[in-house]
Design a protein around this ligand. Sequence first.
Ligand code: ADP
Length: 588
Amino acid sequence: MAKPLPASTRLLTLRLWQEQVRRHRPGIVLALVCTVVMAGLTALYPVVIQQSFDLFTANRMDLLWLIPPAIIAVTLAKSAAQYGQAVAIQSVVLRVIEGLQQDLFRALTRADLATVARDAPARHAARFTADAAMIREALTKSINAIADVLTVVGLIGSMVWLDWQLSLIAGLMYPIAILPITKLGKRIRRASSGVQDRVGETAAVLTESFAAARVVRAYRLEDQEEARAARIFAGLRDSLQSIARTRSSLDPMLEALGGIAVAAVIAFLGWRVSSGAGTIGEFTGFVAALLIASRPVRALGSLNAALQEGLAGLARVYAVIDERPRIVDAAGAVPLPEGRGRIEFDAVGFRYEGGGTDAALTGLAFIAEPGRTVALVGPSGAGKSTALALVPRLHDVTEGVIRIDGTDIRSVTLVSLRDAIAYVGQEAVIFDDTAFANIANGRPGATRAAVEDAARAAAAHEFLAALPQGYDTVLGSGGSRLSGGQRQRVSLARALLRNPRILLLDEATSALDAENERLVQEALARLRAGRTTLVIAHRLSTVRDADLIVAMENGRAVEQGDHAALMAAGGLYARLVRTQAFSDVLAV
Ligand code: ADP
């Protein structure tokens, strides 16, 4: 147990101490005080037993009545200390975990979009739950280990006080016990990484299978899915069983060693009693000490495995926290200069990391003049969404330059760039918060009047005011209180309140009912007025009204112009129109 820790273990522990644990000094002090009291009183136990047995054998009935109250007092005090210790430890540990979760969440919300998109949402969530649980377990066990060490030290003190020669014999047994503990610990560590893999595999198969519920029924794949799940469950059981076997062998082994220790002590005692040294009280107290020590010793024996699992979890969490965003303010970045929102794509190329050999965008060039609308059209996969994502620097261009009002967007501050832009996606995003907060987060610090004005302009005021608590009504997760059209109008109100010079719009593909559609289109028209708009257009009506149409295919702008010119040219755009690629084409 006194083995030097690997450097990374030391660094991880040190960091956890400095960044999290150290903050909770009062809790730690309380836990330590309780721990010392608890360990001291536990160590006192064998002495109380020895005293009472010696008083018995000496027939000191006058003093014997003192023993039961003494035992009650010792156990009560010990129980109180134990309770205080457990509560103090848990409150420190839970706060440490909370702090880690906050740091991790902050890192993820500020990470580059590409970093977040790299892992499945379930994988991110697992760091907050599964990894956090492992760290909590390891942390709790480590702090408890301090109590265990103190208890064992106290008990050893008692034993030596009771009979140092017997202590020597018992002491010889402990080094023998170390051997199986470390050996089995290693085996458990190896097996537990196998279990982690199986657990991940099982979760993946389950999510996949439930996500495919519709197809499973339609194609009658139930038997196939059941067989697949059965295989996965069997694999999970197998690897859990191998850990259980190893783990189960540790306790009996320590128990058997304990038996040998007790046997040795009794044999020695027989010799001692026959030679007239030692008392029954000493013997009983000594055996009691040995038995009491066995629990903390066993706990220390299993500490290693939990510690390794916790450290692995901690390493995974810190790996995410430490990943530095690459999209940050350049040195000497200045606020975006005033302007009316002229957007210039100058030979822009972009390649996704790990996106294969094909570039998502190649030599894309167009200009959106201030206050004008540019419609990006093209088949799916043409690169329209990618082009839109480059403007607020969700990704950085890998070639070429994007300029806003003449300035390379990489040379201005991210805050000023993003403040100048509003994005309205296909799905209206509604947070589980009040209607007011859902609109107000378009511009921090917005007044009630400003929010209501924006809502009016987006045709959202009437239905929001009619909610049970008006603007203070919580809209529910995903805006479940609102209809699809209402959700869109709330998200348009948010964009209106932001009052950006640039609007990025990913037009909804599915049409709403006629009335809602009209209201949303009117709100959109109000939002677009006077702003430069880049729209991924799915409706012919939008495209026809656009000042410039950029028809894209395979990451390139194949043709540019207005509706009439492009129809006359008879290229990609004319083909899209002819093949009814636009959702409202039948209505035109
Ligand atoms: P569109 O919006 O026109 O449908 P996208 O901009 O979504 O097209 O995609 C352009 C190309 O980039 C496609 O080939 C797509 O497969 C690829 N792509 C999109 N997102 C990613 C990503 N996160 N990682 C790798 N490739 C991506």
